[in-house]
Design a protein around this ligand. Structure first.
Ligand code: G3I
Length: 430
């Protein structure tokens, strides 16, 4: 936020107290500031739950602020939440966010569950697009090619590959296919699978052309461990490593104006980040139309300004915009050993209750993370949270978001707002 810019703090008495605190805070240690913010947030929560400043306004000179929305929010149909809670969730989205992405409804398994032109279920995705469009929000599509949440029919065929190719590793947790087991029947040929990929991308991207501005074209293709750059998947095994280039080519054909993103998690880890740099540089050398890097940022309470600063500094060397695509800060004790994002590993990552002093630690982590985002604002164009509040989060037990299950701002919220006032390079929105 540029100094002197009129903003939400001017008319907000609770937040004015926050500003007064921030002015006097410059000489205080970070822990002291956070302790005061935690105490102050508790007071504000109980007295004025709805008077908090809007995230999108606080960061309007830095980047867009987004959230993943679920089907209840885009259709109004309550699922595991009461109607009142869903309405409150929707109100929170409208207040704080100027970007939305569907948490599930634009994934292959949901939008294209059956083979053929009649195999699409566009209803929920249309509802998502209508929700974002009518609320004048920037729309992001997630995701076109992924090893998970892709129906088995996509990989099935009548042309089994030669015997040597069928010596694939055995099925295991998190293996490709639907994401919950691996397709083991006769496989499509390379040409069949490329044709299905092209049809899917052209149909889905084409349908929302001009509305969905950014697509996660390829999601999570990099291997977590070992020395291989690419994770083993049916896309890789059947098509070969150029499945990534092909997906971007098809997406570019379908919407030449869309921003086309490579999206992955764990990029705070130096070894995985090196693989990202190798992959993207190779795509750039081949003139593949990859035009943004998506860093999911499913992190934990140990994440610091320094680790995020280092990650962003290295990713920025690619010369592409950086989008933070799925931010959350896992508070579960089990989650402090991993920043994985596989749904199959979520139970392990949300075990053993919360870390000690959870609110303060989360506020401290979010403060450092956003300080790094603001520092790198010339490269960071959008920051998207993976969910609206702790109750609807994919890892609800890790309480990873800025709002609790009743949509009350947590201490981390105040810590994030405070970072919007740190002087840093500003730039127009994308
Ligand atoms: O829709 C069905 C419902 O009909 C059924 O009754 C219910 C029974 O459990 O399941 C529902 O589907 C669930 C779906 O979310 C919608 O809630 C699936 O079981 C569940 O596995 C699925 O999880 C999603 C997960 O991706 C799947 O891989 C999470 O919501 C979603 O947050 C998560 O998001 C991923 C990103 O796409 C990629 N990066 C990692 C991130 C976290 O895993």
């Amino acid at each position: 936020m540029k100094s002197g810019t009129p903003n939400h703090f001017e008319t907000d008495s609770a937040a004015s107290r926050g500003r007064a605190l921030l002015i006097t805070a410059r000489s205080m240690p970070v822990r002291t500031i956070l302790a005061i913010l935690v105490a102050q947030t508790v007071a504000i929560n109980s007295a004025q739950a709805n008077d908090e400043p809007a995230l999108k306004t606080a960061f309007r000179d830095h980047f867009l602020i987004g959230t993943a929305v679920n089907r209840s929010m885009t259709t109004g149909a309550a699922f595991r939440r009461t109607t009142d809670q869903v309405n409150a969730d929707i109100a929170l989205v409208r207040k704080h966010f100027n970007l939305v992405v569907a948490e599930n409804d634009t994934k292959w398994a949901l939008i294209h569950p059956r083979e053929g032109q009649d195999g699409y279920d566009f209803g929920p995705a249309d509802a998502f697009v209508n929700f974002g469009w009518t609320n004048e929000m920037y729309l992001v599509g997630h995701t076109l090619v992924w090893h998970s949440q892709t129906p088995n029919w996509v990989f099935a065929g009548t042309n089994p590959p030669p015997a040597a190719d069928s010596a694939a590793p055995p099925p295991g947790p998190g293996r490709p296919g639907g994401g919950f087991g691996r397709y083991t029947g006769p496989r499509a040929s390379r040409d069949e699978l490329l044709q299905r990929m092209r049809d899917h991308i052209h149909t889905v991207v084409g349908r929302y052309r001009g509305k969905i501005k950014v697509w996660d074209v390829v999601n999570e293709a990099i291997a977590d461990g070992g020395t291989n750059v690419l994770r083993n998947s049916l896309w890789l095994e059947i098509i070969g490593p150029d499945f990534i280039a092909k997906a971007f080519e098809y997406a570019h054909e379908a919407d030449p104006d869309a921003i086309l993103r490579y999206n992955d998690y764990g990029l705070e880890n130096p070894a995985k980040r090196r693989k990202l740099l190798t992959l993207i540089r190779s795509l750039q050398e081949q003139k593949v139309p990859v035009t943004a890097i998506g860093s999911q940022a499913h992190v934990n309470a140990s994440t610091t300004f320094d680790s995020m600063d280092q990650a962003l500094t290295e990713m920025a060397t690619l010369g592409l915009p950086i989008h933070i695509t799925e931010l959350d800060v896992n508070l579960s004790e089990g989650g402090q050993r991993t920043t994985g994002a596989d749904i199959a590993n979520n139970t392990a990552a949300t075990q053993s209750g919360l870390v000690d002093d959870a609110d303060r630690r989360q506020a401290e982590a979010y403060a450092g993370i956003f300080r790094a985002f603001v520092k790198h604002a010339p490269h960071v164009k959008m920051v998207t949270f993976w969910g609206v509040n702790d109750a609807v989060s994919w890892r609800a037990r890790g309480k990873p978001l800025l709002f609790d299950g009743e949509n009350r701002p947590k201490p981390a919220f105040q810590a994030v707002i405070a970072e919007s006032r740190n002087p840093g390079p500003s730039k127009p929105s994308p």
